[in-house]
Design a protein around this ligand. Sequence first.
Ligand code: HEC
Ligand code: HEC
Ligand code: HEC
Ligand code: HEC
Ligand code: HEC
Ligand code: HEC
Length: 347
Amino acid sequence: MKTQTFFGWMFSLAILFSLSLSSCTKEGPAGIAGKDGKDGEDGIDGQDGTATCITCHNNTQSLSVRTMQWENSMHATGGHISHNTGECAVCHTSQGYRGFLNGTYDPLASGAKIASPNPPNCYTCHKIHDTYTTADLELTKSGAIALFNTSESVDFGKGSLCASCHQGRTINPFPVIGGPDVTITSPYYTLHHGTQANLVTGLGLVNIGEGLAINNPHGSITDQCVSCHMAPGTGAESGGHTMKMRNASNGLNTASCIGCHTNASTLNTNVNNLQAQVSGLLEDLRVKLEDKGILAPNGNPKPGTYSPALTGAFLNYKAISEDGSRGVHNPGFTVKLLQNSIAAVND
Ligand code: HEC
Ligand code: HEC
Ligand code: HEC
Ligand code: HEC
Ligand code: HEC
Ligand code: HEC
């Protein structure tokens, strides 16, 4: 017991002594450096900053072929981007169209104008560089499109994009058959130059007379306009992003037709016959409208007050001329509407 206490005491004393000794001794020189530790594991690679860019900007030439075709389209060459104010800018400029869709361009605001306008181009129809992924090739407009001058909407699939610009503008006042006479004051009292969506659907025109409930055999074609106008064509002359139906030698691009019209030569004859018939009817109607005094020789309406049927016949004449397909967009309906309009002017 005693010995244990004694040794315990001596041990504590020895520790105390060594502590007090070390605290007043200076440190010796540093020892030799130890061996290097093991390398750490490699971290995960960061994402390549250009990986998503390459999905489009690659060497497949898929962008350049579209660019070349687009350069030959009327979207690029038409030259009407000077119509860059108010409502005109929504269809005639790229920035006006995108701005109208996302709410940054108000065509009705006073002084509304797009500076440095671009014509319809890649950025008008595709969501280029919105997210820098392949999703950017999606179209800027899809789903149903409300047509002016009617309460109807149409969904053309991918063709809804086209129809949003290629449709008649608002007519005020719009003639009602059997309704009051119409007073025209403006030389621009027409449905405008791009009436294709109206002819395809038969909507927003002045339906004069009976027998117009005619089914359009081309009305239910998937993606509508896109199917025929963007089918593979001749180089940069027709089809694809040229959106043209005829090549430089005036040959019709029948790539989209032959699934239904199996004989290309019969088809060409039928197209020629239909277009000749429609051109003939348009000419008859033009002469009669000039005789009645509503149509001026320069193609504009003469200001004045006219019956709704005469006003309607005039609007139909302009709309079918401006459609440009001379019947192909809606064969039976176009012919019947022209015949009815001619009959109405004769009355
Ligand atoms: C969805 C496809 C797509 C993706 C993804 C994409 N681009 Fe583009 N890019 C285009 C198209 C289409 C154009 C317009 C081509 C033209 O005007 O001829 C373009 C144009 C450009 C231009 C020319 C200048 C301009 O703005 O007109 C540059 C530079 C460019 N892209 C860089 C990039 C970079 C960098 C990325 C990735 C961070 C990228 N792009 C991702 C499709 C794409
Ligand atoms: C942003 C509005 C807009 C969109 C969207 C649009 N277009 Fe156009 N398109 C125009 C304008 C404006 C012109 C006339 C250009 C000019 O004269 O400056 C035109 C001209 C054309 C022409 C030539 C017309 C002629 O008289 O020879 C064709 C064909 C055409 N577009 C087809 C299409 C098709 C098919 C689509 C859909 C894939 C489409 N467009 C989408 C505005 C548009
Ligand atoms: C709803 C869309 C839309 C609006 C709004 C619009 N345009 Fe157009 N415009 C078109 C389209 C589409 C074409 C091409 C039609 C074609 O060639 O088949 C066109 C063609 C034209 C042409 C060329 C006609 C020709 O025969 O070469 C002129 C000029 C024109 N527009 C002026 C105007 C003016 C001025 C305004 C505004 C007051 C206006 N547009 C508003 C869609 C529109
Ligand atoms: C007037 C509208 C319009 C313009 C202008 C336009 N495109 Fe397109 N583009 C379309 C439509 C509609 C399609 C879909 C065609 C189809 O499905 O057959 C398309 C398809 C494409 C595709 C194929 C997409 C895919 O998913 O395979 C590419 C690539 C493309 N466009 C690039 C361009 C480039 C580059 C430009 C400019 C030089 C351009 N587009 C201008 C309407 C347009
Ligand atoms: C059944 C195929 C078909 C469909 C669907 C179609 N088109 Fe056409 N389109 C034609 C043909 C064929 C012509 C006449 C071309 C010619 O004779 O030069 C034409 C003419 C035109 C023209 C006159 C300028 C030109 O290129 O000759 C425009 C603009 C046009 N179409 C736009 C449209 C739009 C916009 C749509 C959708 C609303 C549409 N088309 C739907 C086949 C079609
Ligand atoms: C979805 C099938 C389909 C497609 C695609 C199609 N057509 Fe038609 N087309 C028809 C049908 C059905 C008729 C009505 C035939 C009848 O009444 O005997 C018709 C009628 C016509 C007519 C009236 C004369 C006739 O043959 O009765 C012309 C012209 C015409 N099509 C041209 C074209 C052109 C040009 C294209 C391509 C740019 C085209 N069609 C694409 C189904 C189609």
